[in-house]
Design a protein around this ligand. Structure first.
Ligand code: DGP
Length: 124
């Protein structure tokens, strides 16, 4: 995560996902609304692997404690993405990695929406 990635900035200049939301880095968009942007993961772990991010910069899940409305919008958007991708009937997983032990590699909070195949039961 970047040194200046604070939860008070709407956009962080060197944040990869802020650049994707702004269109400065191309992405394969799946869904967008006023608060949320969703795009395909560059290294998909399943036939459907979409990242759901807030448009404004929030560095991690912990930062969403200050904005529960946004947390709800992100989760609802993940369910919308699953419907758009046609996996709502067969099932899917929504995962959030937070911080070092959670193996978060991009410091802009994101929900992984994974589906399209039978996923394994373990989470560790
Ligand atoms: P995490 O490990 O939970 O922080 O997940 C970060 C995800 O971001 C990882 O699955 C790969 C994805 N990713 C990294 N760089 C890019 C990129 O430039 N474009 C897209 N679409 N996805 C990216």
């Amino acid at each position: 995560m970047t040194a200046n990635a604070t939860d008070s900035d709407d956009v962080v200049a060197d944040c990869l996902f802020c650049k994707i939301v702004a269109g400065a880095i191309p992405s394969d968009q799946v869904y967008a609304d006023d608060a949320v942007f969703a795009f395909r993961d560059i290294a998909p772990q399943a036939p459907v692997h979409v990242l759901v991010v807030p448009r404004r910069h929030v560095s991690g899940l912990d930062g969403l404690r200050e904005d529960p409305d946004l947390a709800g919008l992100l989760l609802t958007a993940a369910a919308n993405v699953a419907r758009l991708e046609g996996v709502h009937g067969t099932g899917y997983r929504v995962a959030v990695n937070h911080g070092r032990h959670g193996a978060q590699s991009v410091g802009h909070v994101h929900l992984h929406v994974l589906g399209g195949r039978q996923l394994q039961g373990g989470l560790g």
